[in-house]
Design a protein around this ligand. Sequence first.
Ligand SMILES: Cc1ncc(COP(=O)(O)O)c(C=O)c1O
Length: 346
Amino acid sequence: MKDFIDLRSDTVTKPTPPMRKAMAEAEVGDDVFGEDPTVNALQEKVAQLLGKETAIFVPSGTMANQLAIKSHTQPGDEVIIEATSHPYNFEGGAGAALSGVQFYCLKGLRGILDASQIEEAIRSEDHHFPVTRLICLENTHNRGGGSIYPIEKIAEIYRLAKSKGLLIHLDGARLWNASVATGIKPHEYAQWADSVSVCLSKGLGAPIGSIVAGSKTFIDRVHRFRKMFGGGMRQVGIIAAAGIYALDHHIERLGEDHQNAKHLALGLKELKGVSIDPDQVETNIIIFNIADTGMTAFQMTEAMKKKGVLIHPIGKTQIRLVTHLDASSEDIEKALKAFEKVLSRK
Ligand SMILES: Cc1ncc(COP(=O)(O)O)c(C=O)c1O
């Protein structure tokens, strides 16, 4: 994939030479015994960034979300979630398989829910009904096109949740992007959730790794289930070092990815048959429709591949592009030129 400009996802980023050096030099120990100093340092760092009592390192964003769901619920409980969210759609049905929960899906506006919608979905006490236990939110929202949850909306949902005795898990795989785009600190967002998961492998260059943060009692449950799910790792400081490096060096630069995404969206808007609203591009994800080109998203993907650009079809005529550490502004210009060759200007 070396010669391709890869805009399929921000998960394609590779560790930089200084990140690899930090990994090679990391002090390690057996993390299942809690003895890996680099993992411990990463966990403390993220707990602090999120303003939570403690945090735990896990292999993936999927495991992070599913451990949170498992730790917050009992089989048969209901989880209120947005219909296009990651935990519901892209985690292999894990909520049902591993936690025995059922999801109550609500359609959001580009993934964003209102407290009033959630309020209507909360079950009243009746033996016929499942028990509503948890609300899952996603910030930024992947299939919402990298949309940012307005903080006042999350605060309102949190207040509602507390008034009804419910818990909130925030899938913050790209919370860093929301924070850089708005200037609102990660802990300011995280204060409105009982648990938060964040990723180190999306746009930040780290090869692997996510973190779940919350109260000590909650993380203790997550720890037990991490073992059960097979997520206990050993000398994993070698990877945690990449996470620490990513947090220290690759967060602020996410702003460049956001600028590149906006530039890409504005360029795409000038092309024949492309439906896109650049105002909706708030972070590093761009979703657009090519129905009016007469091409399918699959055909477009093949045509762009021939021009050296990898893109991600997410529907019959819908395409997703994601900007990241390994896509420079020159790459974005080249990608736009390639789109122009395939589609031509209006
Ligand atoms: C919003 C969101 N949550 C969770 C995940 C899952 O992360 P992972 O691929 O590390 O399992 C992703 C992956 O892209 C995501 O976009």
